[in-house]
Ligand binder design. Structure first.
Ligand code: PEP
Ligand code: MN
Length: 286
């Protein structure tokens, strides 16, 4: 296969899952998150707050995004904050809230695991494990989540090339866990008007090189609430299998990332617009 990029042959050789020893790209797979399938014709929208803060915040947000047809609830209990002086997440208490709200709303939950020592407790409560941007090259963590039976949402490192991203995914696949979803969430460039530079060209490239579903995070990708709808629509047009977006019932009061969180009405309106984009690229939002 010719991707038209330099070092092409080497890249193709190394991304192929060693476990199955495929010589060519395997067929695209679907990743199942407690009944929700990512990578099929349906575009899957994951939504929820950056961080779990309390029951009221999580419940009101979850019920509303569910009504707007989000299929998976997000929410961090262990937060990788840049400053050690900001809210670090509720830990296991937050995980319990996620589980409770999941049962109440029927939405499966994805939440971040930052450390190998957190894997057991996160697996107890979550339907999908998120490995964040800052941990994309935490190889012991990748290997350990690769030994679990939970689907994994792997976010692109903020300084990672596509090749490094795919090789990070291979660490998980090689341990026997083939249920991995790739997430483009923006990379560091010289540009400072946005929080990150959302690399939407990664979507067709990752889908071209890999058999794994690809989703996009326009919240961290831009850092700006008003930019999220445009980039969310663009991501679906580029072929993304889904989106993960931060939504908060009161963004101005959020303990984390309020400036990039949509409020409930903005999210509902965006979902209506996304439905049209999905249809235009022969996909659907159910
Ligand atoms: C998140 O999704 O909550 C998060 C911290 O994202 P990232 O790892 O992409 O910064
Ligand atoms: Mn966030």
């Amino acid at each position: 296969m010719n991707t038209g990029i330099s070092g092409d042959q080497e890249l193709i050789e190394c991304y192929v899952p060693m476990k199955t020893n495929h010589k060519t790209k395997p067929e695209p797979i679907q990743v199942k998150v407690n009944g929700v399938e990512i990578g099929g014709r349906e575009v899957i929208i994951i939504a929820g707050p950056c961080a779990v803060e309390n029951m009221k915040q999580l419940l009101e947000t979850a019920v509303s995004v569910g009504k707007s047809h989000a299929k998976i609830l997000r929410g961090g209990a262990f937060k990788p904050r840049t400053s050690p002086y900001t809210f670090q997440g509720l830990g296991e208490e937050g995980l319990k809230m996620l589980r409770e709200i999941s049962i109440e709303t029927g939405l499966p939950v994805v939440t971040e695991v930052m450390d190998t020592r957190q894997i057991d407790v996160v697996c107890r409560y979550a339907d999908m494990l998120q490995v964040g941007s800052r941990n994309m090259q935490n190889y012991p963590l990748l290997k350990e989540v690769g030994k679990t039976n939970k689907p994994v949402l792997l976010k692109r490192g903020m300084m990672a090339t596509i090749e490094e991203f795919l090789l990070a995914a291979e660490y998980i696949l090689n341990q026997g866990n083939e249920q991995v979803v790739l997430c483009e969430r923006g990379i560091r460039t010289f540009e400072t008007t946005t929080r990150n530079t959302l690399d939407l060209s990664a979507v067709p490239m990752l889908k071209h090189l890999s058999h794994l579903p690809v989703i996009v995070d326009p919240s961290h990708g831009t850092g700006l609430r008003w930019m999220v709808p445009a980039m969310a629509k663009a991501a679906l047009a580029a072929g993304a299998d889904g989106l993960i977006m931060e939504v908060h019932y009161k963004p101005e009061e959020a303990l984390c990332d309020g400036q990039q969180s949509l409020d409930l009405n903005e999210f509902d309106q965006l979902m209506k617009d996304l439905r049209k984009v999905a249809l235009a690229v022969d996909r659907e939002i159910a």
